[in-house]
Design a protein around this ligand. Structure first.
Ligand code: SF4
Length: 223
């Protein structure tokens, strides 16, 4: 894909890429139509983030310095947001090593939305600081597990593709259509999205089209 460079006015919230990776329509409802419904899952996630989002929470323990809620931006992705935690480990042998950590409620998910969001934040940091990050970490609140994520080319390419499509849809103001799937069960927007109506709507449309065709045929045979 051709490398792009967005300007300030084009920037979209980075947090949206996790919604987009999960369901394009969910992202469209939140970021194009400004719809949001909180459920238990999103409320728990908000509480977990509250702790990491306090910009005053900086601490140093021995050789490890931790900074929370760091603003990040990438003009090649056209995204801006906040990285939960940046850790800088100082060592006499290796110099300074920077780690990026994203806090999530629950446990590891069967899809890649968390990895995608973390990698997008890493690309932001790379651009801002002129560094290269080979890996980062996801911390899951429910399992208290810290998972390593490799920023390989497959993941980076997926992030670029998702960000590019987000910009295309946002520029057209287009919210993707609902595709009902197992994901809808845990979706906080199911009451707004009404994914079950997708097929019902198309059935109604085809019935109306059928009636119109019949009326047209009848009007053509009337002398
Ligand atoms: S209910 Fe399903 S189709 Fe609708 S936004 Fe949520 S996940 Fe996407």
């Amino acid at each position: 894909m051709e490398a792009r460079c967005y300007i300030e006015e084009d920037l979209l919230p980075l947090s949206g890429i996790q919604h987009f990776a999960y369901c394009e329509r969910q992202w469209g409802l939140i970021h194009i139509e400004n719809q949001w419904e909180e459920n238990v899952l999103t409320a728990q996630g908000r509480l977990l983030h509250k702790r990491t989002d306090d910009p005053l929470l900086k601490e140093t323990r021995g050789s490890l310095a931790t900074t929370r809620a760091v603003p990040v931006v990438s003009y090649t992705l056209g995204l801006y947001g906040v990285a939960d935690v940046i850790e800088i480990e100082k060592s006499d042998k290796k110099g300074s090593e920077l780690n990026i950590v994203e806090y999530k409620r629950g446990k590891h998910k069967p899809d890649d939305r968390d990895e995608v969001q973390l990698c997008a934040q890493a690309i932001c940091l790379e651009e801002m600081m002129g560094i290269s990050l080979s890996e980062g970490f996801l911390y899951y609140g429910e399992t208290r597990h810290r998972q390593r994520v490799a920023f390989d080319e497959v993941l980076r390419s997926r992030v670029r593709t998702l960000a590019h499509r987000m910009h295309e849809l946002h520029a057209r103001g287009e919210t993707p259509r609902a595709l009902k799937s197992g994901k809808c069960r845990n979706c906080s927007l199911i009451g707004i999205c009404l994914p079950g109506l997708g097929n019902a709507n198309s059935k109604v449309n085809s019935y109306i089209n059928h009636l119109l065709d019949e009326l047209k045929e009848e009007s053509e045979v009337i002398p």
